[in-house]
Ligand binder design. Structure first.
Ligand SMILES: [Zn+2]
Length: 214
């Protein structure tokens, strides 16, 4: 960054006496109020746009609670386990951005927004884009079946922590399907196939890249 472009941070007068508050130039106070308002709006914006993840956390909590009711027993670590498991399947998105889907223009946009610290735009892009990312490898019916089967097995063998963990993960995918139905009106193609769209799609994106960079 150029030296001339550096902005000196705004320093309010010390707020020790009422005199200093009255003596403070009016526009200073207004600027401060505006800055605070913008900051609050920024946080509110981020929270509003992360509500999909808040639902996932909520489902994790409800799952732990349901099992508590069922078993009439509770261990605090189950709650932690359940919440972690309710978010874990979305590591798929990060894997997509960094490995098997890195040539997707959507991944590139997300990465460049991240590098440029455009947090608001990044959040917005992920919120809108993550519904249209139809190439996720683990977001499919087979994963749900597998997790449900394992969870039931763990239930039969009274491996409670495993039931908490595997069941919560399965519920993540179930909620995502419901979310697809509500937002898109139908389920994305990724649910019906095992793994990502395959190397063909990735190769095509890579070839397009190379052509463009030439
Ligand atoms: Zn998900």
């Amino acid at each position: 960054m150029q030296k001339s472009g550096v902005r000196i941070p705004h320093r309010p007068l010390p707020e020790t006496s009422p005199v200093s508050i009255i003596a403070r130039p009016r526009h200073d106070t207004i600027t401060e109020v505006k800055q605070n308002a913008a900051r609050i709006r920024g946080i509110g914006y981020l929270l509003w746009h992360t509500r999909h993840y808040c639902y996932h956390v909520l489902i994790g909590v409800l799952w732990a609670w349901t099992l508590r009711e069922l078993w009439q027993e509770f261990q605090p670590q189950w709650l932690v386990l359940s919440v972690v498991a309710s978010l874990l399947p979305d590591m798929d998105h990060i894997m997509y951005f960094l490995s098997y889907g890195k040539h997707d223009p959507y991944s590139k946009l997300v990465k460049s927004l991240f590098a440029n610290r455009e947090w608001r735009l990044l959040w917005y892009t992920i919120e809108k884009g993550h519904k249209y990312n139809t190439n996720l490898a683990t977001h499919n019916y087979f994963t749900i079946l597998l997790l449900t089967g394992l969870s039931l097995t763990a239930f039969l063998y009274e491996r409670q922590a495993s039931v908490v963990f595997l069941g919560s993960m399965a519920l993540h995918y179930v909620f995502d399907i419901a979310d697809d139905l509500i937002i898109l009106g139908s389920v994305n193609p990724n649910w019906k196939r095992w793994g990502g769209a395959g190397r063909a799609a990735e190769h095509m994106a890579q070839a397009n890249d190379e052509r463009r960079s030439r």
